[in-house]
Design a protein around this ligand. Sequence first.
Ligand SMILES: [Mn+2]
Length: 251
Amino acid sequence: MSKPTINQNKSTYFISDLHLIPSQPLLFTLLHNFLNTIKDNAETLYIVGDLFEFWIGDDILNKDAGKSYLPVIQQLRTLSDAGVKIYFTQGNRDFLAKQRFADAIGGELLPDEKVINLYGTPSLLMHGDTLCTDDVSYLRLRRIFRNKLIQKIYLSLSPERRSRIAGNTRKIIKNKTPKKAYKIVDVNQLEVERVMRNAAVKQLIHGHTHRPDIHEFDLQGEIAKRIVLSDWTNKACYLRFDKDGFELVNG
Ligand SMILES: [Mn+2]
């Protein structure tokens, strides 16, 4: 005889940096299987940015340009309809995924920095790109991308033109990144401590750097924890919390 699942045994999942792109169908399969696996014991799913390699605007949801994403969006919607709470933080690749996207997946769009209560522990959740303060050229670019007027002009272009621009930008960034020092593209510890102090938390969860790890350090006389989520290449990677603790599954 099977008993109904008890809510307190349920888990909270965090994923980020899948970088879904139609040319890599494996990533879609991995996500499909992952969502299937967690659907019965997840109470909450946090998508902490860069779900997509790039997202050119929510209007593609009912256009040809968005067709390849519809199955995963539908699956998230089904999960949400079944009672799993879904939250979405924008990444540096999918910052144009906004309210319409959130509505489509039955989720809630989070601000860039959000403090959540994780089984009693206040935890700061963010994508992580803004923690990389040594990467001055990236932060300059970020300000341009996040400019409302520039976004408006970009979104007024045809999906084809937007895809081309996104593709070119990806190439430029990809070519530049290997030349930047290892330290520059990682988080800045002082910035980490600053945002944690500001948010009055001792636990930070972020993605972006593709350097999954658990860092512990002293923060105002107490042990603070920074949990870094993994990107996905050939397996599903996630952070799972429940009332007894957590596990970080890396690539
Ligand atoms: Mn990122």
